[in-house]
Design a protein around this ligand. Sequence first.
Ligand code: GUN
Length: 282
Amino acid sequence: MLISGKEISKKVRDQIKDQVTAIKNANKRVPKLVVILVGEDPASKIYVRNKARGCDYVGMASEIIRKPAETTEDELVELLESLNHDDSVDGILVQLPLPKQINENRILNIIDPTKDVDGFHPSNVAKLVLEEDGLQPCTPRGMMVMLEEIGYDLTGKEVVVVGRSNIVGKPVAFMALNRNATVTICHSRTRDLEKVCQRADVLIAATGKPKMFNHNHVKKGAVVLDVGMDHDENGKLCGDVDFDDVKDIVSYITPVPGGVGPMTITMLLDNTLKAYQAKQGD
Ligand code: GUN
């Protein structure tokens, strides 16, 4: 069965829209997201535009701040400090990757953790690990919502995450662990990857390698969540999983496109609303 990120995303966005409408109807300030794009990366440009469109859909305010590729780290720090102090701003997102001259870790450290709608600030990472309330990364949160939507309880399940990025692999592993799954994190140095993946009740593919997972990696009845946004040999969008090769083995699978992707922006909108509510003391 397909898990449609498109449909689940629409449902969650409509719920967020209702909450923003209620805020408007109470004559209160609506939540605002600021997205910063440094440079001209073509994929980043599309992501940033879609984030602003997502805000429009739910009725939130948004602003895209575009900076030239040669922007210095100090200039970006100065901008972030002014946004940290701006009470009209609830969420701040710096689109990654950043140009080479800018130290990503320093930038992620500067963002006020209460406005860190990406959930990448070390204090939010620590809160995730310690199971405290905080803002959590969007793509992994989206995957948790998808599992909830199909009524899947992770308790005692074998979850195998392939990919150890700070954006997806590491946070999703902790989210699954916090839900009482037995979690294995694999990466490029893992020995006998197929054998490890075959253990998985839930396989999370987050490598960025087109169609690298096939029937040899998937146990019968497994749930497969595909984070890939890759291109095949013909330039066509595909996932990390060879969908056609595994679709008859799995119980559930997320398609690419229309799977995990749409959930990411939806959870960003949800995080912005959460940051707003925390600030308002709601
Ligand atoms: N680049 C790719 N994914 C992401 C993300 O989730 N957040 C940000 N800020 N940049 C990204």
